[in-house]
Design a protein around this ligand. Sequence first.
Ligand SMILES: NC(=O)c1ccc[n+]([C@@H]2O[C@H](COP(=O)([O-])OP(=O)(O)OC[C@H]3O[C@@H](n4cnc5c(N)ncnc54)[C@H](OP(=O)(O)O)[C@@H]3O)[C@@H](O)[C@H]2O)c1
Length: 365
Amino acid sequence: MSLEGTSIEYEKLTFKDSASPLTFKKVSHKLPVSKDEIAVKVSAAGLNPVDLGIYYTFHPWVASLFPSYRNLGRDYSGTVVQVGSDLKSQYFVGDKVFGYVPTLSTGTLAQYLFLKPKTKHDASIVRVDQSVTDEQLVNFAGIPLVFLTTVQSLSVVPLSDKSRVVIIGGSTSLGWTAIQVLLNHYKVKPENLVSVNGSRSNNFVQELGVLQQNTINYDQVDSIQNPVLDKAKDGKFDLILDAAGNSDLFNHINEILKSKEENGHYVTLVGDHKPVYASSLLARLPSSFSSFKRFIYWNLIGGGPIHYQFRNVHSSKKDIDLAYRLYKEGNYKVIVDSIYSSEEVTQAYKRVESNQARGKVIVKF
Ligand SMILES: NC(=O)c1ccc[n+]([C@@H]2O[C@H](COP(=O)([O-])OP(=O)(O)OC[C@H]3O[C@@H](n4cnc5c(N)ncnc54)[C@H](OP(=O)(O)O)[C@@H]3O)[C@@H](O)[C@H]2O)c1
């Protein structure tokens, strides 16, 4: 596969504001690629709830302050089709890759991506084995953002095979990634891992290795506080990882989590409340205020009884390489909810918005 000519025209998903539809727009890129650049023909892009937060943030009056077309998507997989002269010893035409870009200026929902892998921005890219099938390559687009977020949040905690962990949101993409990484990579024992998930997802998390007696159904109780307190009778936890958005445990956190001196960590990836995916990121700020206050007082000033962190994903070559290593070892699998064609991108985002997707929603090009 190669690119010919002095420029290429291709389609990229754009939107103007949250009142206008998602549309593919023709854009062009100069060829040959610059010496530090590679061109990737995209196989698939993975969707994430944050894309919806960004889309809904650009309410028409907000968008009117920044008039422009915007892109969506951070995860991708595809095939290298042109390589800049400086990168000829590292990348080859025909290489299969997947990766993550941290900002929307790139927008992975596009037929082609032009990446500079030596820059921090585009560094989270993995060359996979040539034996990878087209179907596997499509599924790899579901890995980057959730894997990076999960391993980065686990890496701030001193975990061992003796650690006791609660995952709030065990069936979210962050949650099922954490279950696999904790059991298979950190060798946490199943009896020490508790998943909080909806009752419809019990079988789903149990197939990943969570024990039946260690599943707590958030939809069967007013608060998860008492069931988690009950589990803490077998020993306080080392880590609570919140991948859904919850604040039920703080009134009794001393009885649930080990103290700061014993390295008890509460890591949230969401905040105190489960967000409505079809809402502006700005509208979510007041509901995040309590967790930000706790983050500042407990973590930065150091006044709290435990370590408390509000984590956000960042680009990392090392972490994305770990994803592929664990995949190849059979210690991590990407779970796919559904695959849509690029013409069906609006339906694909509706599937994410439903909050019922169990696994990644992927758009195939
Ligand atoms: N901080 C960061 O850098 C970062 C990075 C990625 C994602 N996030 C955030 O993390 C959250 C999860 O993202 P994701 O992509 O992993 O989610 P996701 O895959 O879209 O999660 C969907 C699942 O959430 C479960 N769920 C719905 N309501 C729940 C509740 N009240 N409590 C627990 N689980 C519930 C549903 O299953 P059941 O109801 O059947 O259990 C559903 O299958 C989102 O809010 C996202 O914005 C943050």
